[in-house]
Write a protein that binds this ligand. Structure first.
Ligand code: ADP
Ligand code: MG
Length: 285
């Protein structure tokens, strides 16, 4: 058999399993900074829709926001992987996420053959937001109290929903929301089959300085136990994986967005890649 036929046959059981299922994909970081990776990502998502999955994209845009803030001479600061957000920072984040990143993704998906619709937390009252419990440290960083999935479900019937992780509270103040956190909430609210987080490392690393130390599997309890000692952007990502799986999502995956077509490799090959977070094994009595 030729390799391409084998590849298709390997994919078949996965295509069958995933048909009609919702997959929430958190897009950001490395897979967003390189033109060919951006295009590869769009091709992959379009393919998912064509083979009958229901892809929902939640994106950040950290590097772009930082780039524009620096162009404007603004100070960029992170605490525990969360961007410290004064009102001016939120304004720039909102403009960059919606005006640039979101519209780029929507346009690209359209050009590859699947029409997409861009949304922020305000559209269709998607996110109900309250200030983060550590507002004194983080500023206008919002926590999502509730995800109203109606608008996603309506759009997903015909289009690919592309969600920017910003929103407003009931008083009309804008908030920056960590995109991993938002993706975890959206996945849980949709009771998605999978939540997949594309990042700029090979997965969750046992030793952050050793790319070879990827933990290929972890249970949700193991992830929760490691949260306190996790650093940087991995902390909200692991928190989001735990939230998704506790909320009923079948599995959460942290995969290498630098690798071309990492989404397809994760979904349709036996090997899988990166880190898979699963529910705790059922106790056997
Ligand atoms: P994104 O959200 O775009 O994927 P982040 O920078 O927010 O990117 O999060 C990924 C980063 O988390 C990695 O580049 C790495 O520097 C950092 N990190 C900290 N601890 C770990 C760890 N244990 N495993 C993997 N990455 C880690
Ligand atoms: Mg991040």
């Amino acid at each position: 058999m030729t390799a391409s036929v084998e590849t298709l046959l390997e994919a078949l059981p996965y295509i069958r399993e995933f048909h009609g299922r919702t997959v929430v994909i958190k897009y950001g970081g490395a897979a967003m900074t390189d033109e060919s990776l951006r295009d590869g990502f769009a091709t992959d998502v379009v393919l998912l829709k064509y083979v009958g999955l229901n892809p929902v994209i939640v994106h950040g845009g950290g590097p772009d926001i930082t780039d524009y803030m620096q162009r404007l001479g603004m100070e960029v600061r992170f605490i525990e992987g969360v961007r410290v957000s004064d009102p001016a920072t939120v304004e720039v984040a909102k403009m960059v996420l919606l005006g640039k990143v979101n519209s780029d993704i929507v346009g690209r998906l359209g050009r590859h053959g699947q029409a997409a619709v861009g949304l922020s937390g305000e559209d269709g009252a998607l996110f109900e937001i309250r200030p983060h419990e550590r507002a004194d440290d983080f500023g206008f960083v919002g926590e999502i109290e509730r995800v109203s999935i109606d608008v996603i479900d309506h759009i997903a019937e015909d289009y690919i929903p592309v969600i920017a992780s910003v929103g407003v509270d009931s008083d009309g103040h804008s908030y920056n929301v960590n995109a991993d956190t938002a993706a975890g909430k959206v996945a849980a609210a949709l009771c998605a089959h999978k939540a997949i987080f594309l990042t700029d490392v090979a997965g969750w690393l046992a030793d952050p300085d050793d790319e070879g130390s990827v933990r290929s599997r972890a249970t949700v309890s193991e992830v929760e136990a490691a949260l306190g000692s996790s650093a940087g952007g991995m902390r909200p990502k692991l928190g989001a994986c735990a939230e998704a799986v506790r909320g009923g999502v079948g599995s959460a995956h942290i995969i290498d967005g630098r690798r071309p077509h990492s989404l397809l490799l994760e979904l349709f090959t036996d090997a899988g890649i990166g880190t898979m977070v699963t529910p705790d094994a059922l106790e056997t009595t």
